[in-house]
Design a protein around this ligand. Structure first.
Ligand SMILES: NC(=O)c1ccc[n+]([C@@H]2O[C@H](COP(=O)([O-])OP(=O)(O)OC[C@H]3O[C@@H](n4cnc5c(N)ncnc54)[C@H](OP(=O)(O)O)[C@@H]3O)[C@@H](O)[C@H]2O)c1
Length: 261
């Protein structure tokens, strides 16, 4: 076998059906590009329809097909709608990239309950509910893969005050990942998480544009720079592809060494 075939067999996604949530910007859009380039058929999900349409147009030349599915994940009916659309348009679901997320920088002692709930609901509860809605499709796959996008703040506290609710939600998401791994292994599904460090996106814009915070955050990063969204690609492909068949319940930090201290 030549090296191209070997790599293709390990990491190729041709014929694999994937859902990427939060694909209208930032890391989700970058990960959709990676999976489409590797040949997967994709459903890209977020609220902003025009952003999804632009991504679909951008990826039109890829081998796999890319379909926009505008939806608000805060609406429980939308989660069932995603499963229905995956069934009708893709013919199933092999890979769920649970990436949509939010943050709200308010200190714990000041945070109103509704703000706390909004962060924890989207980053944790909705991720459980979406995977639950997709469970029958993932079980019917020959190699079901859940890839939850957690954070370095799922592994330790935030170095910026005010990210308590976010940190709590991402710790919970890692707990969800491990529970999915333990409960769903017998159904041929693996669940793993990626814990990104700091990447410039809409979510991190205000922190990274603040000179003091930018300097502080780089100081916590051994590689002394923030990530480029495409640098998540190799970890994603590994976890989404048949290559990771015996990797289950793990968290892969992609963080420039943040968690190495
Ligand atoms: N950037 C980083 O440094 C970093 C670090 C660690 C972890 N992460 C995680 O990576 C993930 C992506 O974040 P990002 O940095 O790429 O931020 P982003 O650019 O703000 O992306 C967030 C995505 O989530 C979608 N979303 C938010 N609420 C939604 C809802 N109710 N329904 C459907 N979609 C919704 C947004 O789309 P619409 O607004 O169009 O709905 C958007 O596509 C998040 O889970 C975040 O916690 C990011």
């Amino acid at each position: 076998m030549d090296s191209k075939d070997y790599l293709h067999q390990l990491f190729g996604c041709q014929g694999r059906k994937a859902i990427v949530t939060g694909a209208s910007s930032g890391l989700g859009a970058a990960m959709a590009r990676v999976l489409a380039s590797a040949g997967a058929d994709l459903l890209v999900v977020a609220r902003r329809q025009e952003r999804l349409a632009a991504l679909v147009a951008e990826l039109a030349a890829c081998e796999g097909s890319v379909h926009a599915h505008p939806a608000d994940l805060a609406d429980p009916a939308a989660l069932v709608g995603i499963a229905d659309r995956a069934r009708s348009t893709l013919g199933g679901c092999d890979i769920l990239v649970a990436n949509a997320g939010t943050a709200d920088r308010v200190r714990l002692e000041e945070m109103p309950e509704e703000n706390f709930d909004a962060v924890v609901d989207l980053n944790l509860k909705v991720q459980w509910q979406l995977a639950k809605a997709l469970f029958p499709l993932l079980r019917d796959s020959t190699a079901g893969r859940v890839v939850n996008i957690a954070s370095i703040y799922g592994l330790g506290a935030s170095v910026i005050n005010g990210l308590g609710a976010y940190t709590i939600s991402k710790h919970g998401l890692i707990g969800l990942t491990r529970s999915q791994a333990a409960e769903w292994a017998k159904h041929g599904i693996t669940a793993n998480a990626i814990a990104p460090g700091y990447f410039p996106t809409e979510l991190t814009e205000s922190a990274l544009e603040n000179d003091n915070m930018n300097t502080r955050l780089r100081a916590f990063t051994p590689q002394d720079r923030f990530g480029r969204p495409e640098e998540l690609g190799p970890a994603l492909l590994f976890l989404a592809s048949p290559a990771s068949s015996y990797v289950n319940g793990t968290v892969i930090p992609v963080d420039g060494g943040w968690t190495a201290w």
